[in-house]
Design a protein around this ligand. Sequence first.
Ligand code: ATP
Ligand code: MG
Length: 409
Amino acid sequence: MLQSKLFTKTTKTLPKDETSFNAQTLIKAGFIDKLAAGIYTFLPLGLKVHNNICDIIREEMDNIGGQEILMPALTPRDIWQATDRWENFDVLFKLIGADKKEYALGATHEEVISPLAKKYIFSYKDLPVYIYQIQTKFRNELRAKAGLMRGREFSMKDLYSFHGSEEDLEKYYKDVQKAYFKIFKRCGLLDKTYLTYAAGGAFSKYSHEFQTLTEAGEDTVYICDDCRIAINQEIIKEQNVCPNCGKDKFRKEKAVEVGNIFKLGTRFSKPFNFQYTDGEGNKKDVIMGCYGLGPSRVMGTIVEALHDDKGIIWPEEIAPFRVHLISLKQNKQADKIYNDLQKSNIEVLYDDREETSAGEKFADADLIGCPYRIIISEKTLAKNSVEVKKRNSDKCELIKIDKIVKLFN
Ligand code: ATP
Ligand code: MG
C-alpha cells in the first residue's frame, strides 16, 4: 500500500470525550474513528488488524472442530421471553418493528442457537457438535469509556458446544482452554493473560475467564504466581484460597476479560425442549457450553498492553503491515524494493510521500507500529544498502539491497 494513497492520515486532533488510551492512540494513528460513545468505525488499517485477529480465531476454532455460521443480529422477543431474559438481561437493546412486534439486537446468541441446533440434533449420533460465529454484538452498556475494550457495538466470537454427557462437555471445555491460549499467544498477549476462576452459575462451581493484565482494565483479579492462575474479585469472597494449590498468597492486579467460557448445562436446552435420544432410546436434555471472545476488545487490549511512548507495537501476526518502508528521497530503488516485497507477498506500507519530513515519517511509523521499518536514503544507497529496524528495538542493521526480500521470507 502506498501511504500517499492511504484513505486516512495520522492526526493530533482527538474527540474531546475520548479518555481511553487505546482509542486515543488508534484514532491518532488512523485505525479507527469515533462516531459516539462506544461506537467506532474500523478504517483501512484498523480493519486489517481486526481481520488478522479474526483469522487467528477462526483457525484455532476450526482446529478444535468448530463450524462457522452467521446468525442474525436482529432477534424477535419471543426467544428471549422463553428463557426469561427479555426483562432480565440488563444491557439488551430493544426496538419495535413496523409490524408492531418487539425485537432485540443480539447481545449474545444462546436464544438463537438452541432452537436452531434443535432442528439438526436428534440422537446421540448427532453429538457432539461445535458451532461458532464472529459477529457484531450490541449491548446497552451504561459506561462506554474504555474505547474498544467496552463498545456498545462490538465484535464477538461466540462458540457453542452440544453434548450428550457432562464428561464430554468437560473434555471439550479443556480443548477450548488450550485453543484460547494459542489465540492469545498469537495475539502477543500470552505473558499477561491468566486463566481466571469466576462464578459458575447453577450447573458448575466455576466458569473461566481469560484476563489480561492492564491498568486500563475494569476488573480486579487475584493471581497465584505458583500456579499461574487467577481468581476474579467477585468470587475471592467465597473462594479465598487458590483452587489449584490451596495457598492464599495472591497478587492483586487490574485486568480486562478478553474471553469467557461457561458450562451452560441444560440452562438453554430446557426452555426450548431441546432433547436427544440416547443409546437406550431415552430422551435427554442436550448439555451445552458457550465460549466467548471479543476480537475488538482484544485489539484494544493489545494497544493497552503493547506500546511505548511513541506508539503501538503490534505483534507480527496482528500488524496491519509487516514492513513499513520509508523512502527519504523519492527514488527508483525504493519503488523497486516495494515491488519486490509485494511480489513475494510481504505486506508492506510504503511511505512514498514527497512533502513529508524524515522526522514526521519516523514519528508516523512509530505511532502506526508495524514490526519492521526499512529506511532507504542517500546515505544507505551509497553503501548499496537499506537500514532495517525492529519496532521494539533501537538497533539498526544495514542490509544489502539484494538481500532484503530474503530477510523477510
Ligand atoms: P464484561 O464482564 O467485561 O462486561 P461479559 O462477561 O459481559 O464482559 P461475555 O458476555 O462473556 O462478556 O462476552 C464474551 C466476550 O465478549 C468477552 O470476554 C469480551 O471479550 C467480549 N465483550 C463483552 N462485552 C464487550 C463490550 N461491551 N465491548 C467489547 N467486547 C466485549
Ligand atoms: Mg464478565
